[in-house]
Ligand binder design. Structure first.
Ligand SMILES: NC(=O)c1ccc[n+]([C@@H]2O[C@H](COP(=O)([O-])OP(=O)(O)OC[C@H]3O[C@@H](n4cnc5c(N)ncnc54)[C@H](O)[C@@H]3O)[C@@H](O)[C@H]2O)c1
Length: 366
């Protein structure tokens, strides 16, 4: 397995990546009295079973908990139900929980752990590509309110993150492709952040293996992406300095597409379109040349992801612009994270003609 350090001052931890990495969970909670394992209907039960058996073999009391599937499960109602089950099973302040699943399980369990007994330890065991490269790392936990996504949450760093790339074999194809949307983001921001091109190089050399989900190649890819996320999280643990905003590359349009109900896009699909848009917009603002714009499009398409908004003809560009103004990074204006001569940086209120041209280039408004 590979170990990616998340170098936080208070409680550093590792992202442990590899085929059969599930075996590493027991070491992270060794010596605990009891551990709750939380998973989800719809995820093959063998992952949580594997973890539970390994914990039981160390003499740890193990209880399993299941939550429902889908974004609607990420709610305060689920947190109440889950923490009541924790209490009923007798989990105490010094015990721990393990979240086995995608971002929905990780965010909900992470938040429940942050508030149960005012905070118990959590191990994140991401089983989607999106969660392995992004959601499980960095300690952001939250649930949704009817008023908006992720509105109630906490920073609660895990004891460790265990990303077993073997679990990705059972992921539905569209969920896998969605995770590749975040991988494409890392490919486009890595050089500007760390000076390295690991993700781009891996995708160039091993694209077919990535698409075929070769678990060894995926271990390298997830390790590289986790390294980028870890780098940013360590530099800006609680999103105060703005460094962490670079992770929002492609996300301004993506969030607007996701919040405008009816677009029916998975997060990574929306991010892929957002990346294409970020390329077009930087091009229209002459921050990058046509070859660099083209690189954004080719990358997204090579991963089988959309580079234009499905049904975009019927969308009013002004509606999307209004939604982008409501983005949490923006303070009334329009804020993007764009590539340019100084690398990736925040750009406020770009020329409206450039925004219109870039929206047109991703097929919005026909
Ligand atoms: N905390 C963060 O920093 C952060 C970052 C990005 C996204 N998120 C959150 O993550 C969530 C999305 O996460 P996601 O994309 O993992 O979606 P998800 O958790 O909904 O999982 C997608 C689907 O795949 C299924 N699944 C998971 N693992 C599987 C496996 N190995 N085999 C078969 N099926 C499997 C799930 O049951 C679900 O139906 C959103 O709620 C988003 O807000 C959080």
């Amino acid at each position: 397995v590979n170990r990616v350090p998340v170098a936080l001052a208070r409680a550093p931890y590792d992202v442990i990546v590899g085929l059969h990495a599930l075996d590493e969970v027991a070491d992270l909670v060794a010596g605990r009295r009891a551990v709750g394992v939380v998973t989800q209907d719809g995820i093959p039960p063998e992952y949580a079973e594997h973890v539970s058996r390994a914990l039981g073999a160390r003499g740890i009391l193990v209880e399993q908990f299941r939550i429902g599937d889908g974004e609607a499960t990420k709610s305060l109602a689920t947190v109440e139900a889950l923490t009541r089950e924790f209490a009923a099973s007798g989990l105490l302040r010094g015990d721990a929980v393990v979240a086995v699943g995608g971002g929905v399980v990780g965010d909900t369990t992470g938040f429940a752990a942050a508030v149960f007994h005012r905070g118990i330890d959590v191990v994140q065991v991401p089983t989607t590509l999106l969660a392995q490269v992004d959601a499980a790392i960095g300690g952001k936990t939250a649930v949704n309110l009817p008023e908006g996504k992720n509105l109630v949450g906490a920073f609660h760093q895990p004891l460790g993150v265990v990303a077993d790339t073997g679990t990705l074999a059972t992921l539905p194809p569209r969920e896998y492709a969605s995770g590749l949307g975040e991988v494409a983001k890392y490919a486009l921001i890595e050089e500007s952040l760390t000076g390295e091109t690991t993700v781009v190089d891996l995708l160039r050399i091993s694209l077919d293996d990535v698409l075929a989900r070769n678990p060894e190649v995926l271990a390298e890819l997830v390790t590289a992406c986790a390294g980028i996320k870890a780098h940013v999280v360590a530099a800006d643990e609680e999103e105060r300095s703005g460094v962490r905003a670079t992770l929002n590359y492609g996300h301004t349009l993506a969030h607007a597409l996701e919040t405008n109900a009816g677009y029916d896009l998975l997060h990574g699909e929306a991010v892929a379109i957002g990346l294409a848009f970020a390329g077009h917009l930087a091009g229209a603002l002459e921050r990058i040349g046509p070859a660099e714009v083209d690189r954004h499009l080719r990358l997204v398409m090579s991963l089988g992801l959309p580079s234009a908004v499905p049904g975009g003809d019927d969308i009013d560009p002004d509606e999307l612009i209004a939604a982008m103004r409501r983005d949490k990074k923006a303070s009334g204006g329009l804020t993007f994270v764009l590539r340019g001569p100084n690398g990736i940086e925040r750009v406020d209120d770009p020329a409206p003609t450039a925004v219109a041209a870039a929206l047109g280039a991703v097929g919005v408004g026909g």
